[in-house]
Design a protein around this ligand. Sequence first.
Ligand SMILES: [Zn+2]
Length: 264
Amino acid sequence: MIWDTLTTTDFAGIDRRTPVILPIAAVEQHGPHLPLSVDCDIGRHFVRQAETQFGTEMLVLPQVQVACSQHHMDFAGTLTVRPETFLTYAADLLESVIAHGFDRIVIFNSHGGNQAIGRVLADKMGTSHRHCHVVMATWWTLAAAELTPLQESARGGISHACEFETSVMMLAHPEKVRTDQITGMSHVTTHEWAQEDMLNGARASLFRTMYEKSGGTGTVGDASTASAKKGERITDAVVGALEIVVRDLKSAGPRVAAVPGGQA
Ligand SMILES: [Zn+2]
């Protein structure tokens, strides 16, 4: 179910245990071969697929399109808001949802720059609403186990405008992929302890802008190994993993209530 296609009277018939999905994305550069809309397009693609497979089990809020992309601002066209702006805005959105009686929320993220603030948002909502189940899920970590065997590129090939993102775009929006602009591997290595990609976190997080990580190309990874077929496999993996979260949340019992004063 899509939140803003319903009428206000429709809500009377909706089980308040239905998980509510908040898609969060970005409008930022994705190298020369992909448009600024990639993270919005990919998030919408997964949600659309989920809607056809188990749409009655969830409610989908309007996507937050512009979020935290400060680290892309060296590249023209990128739009960003400050982390505190995002946090205030997204928390207000979720407060509205909770005010209407819903208590199960999934923040569904399709942008690397939203991962840290998305966790902060989940922590904030989960602590201020002790009865609410709040999940923060970024698509590539949500389906990491299923996605790992799909990687064909060398180490460093999956990060940004990369093998995976380009594959999903080739499936969802082939008309938006400028295949003649795809080059091979593009990423700037750093200290061993700070190396990371979509599926392998770093031991310690070293801040670098996308300009630094990409060496100025805007692409971190290897889009030359992308294909629409792989996009299908990625979609199946992500939507399947999201379905498990939605179904588990819907059937979850109440959270354990704390005793005032912290005494067990
Ligand atoms: Zn992206």
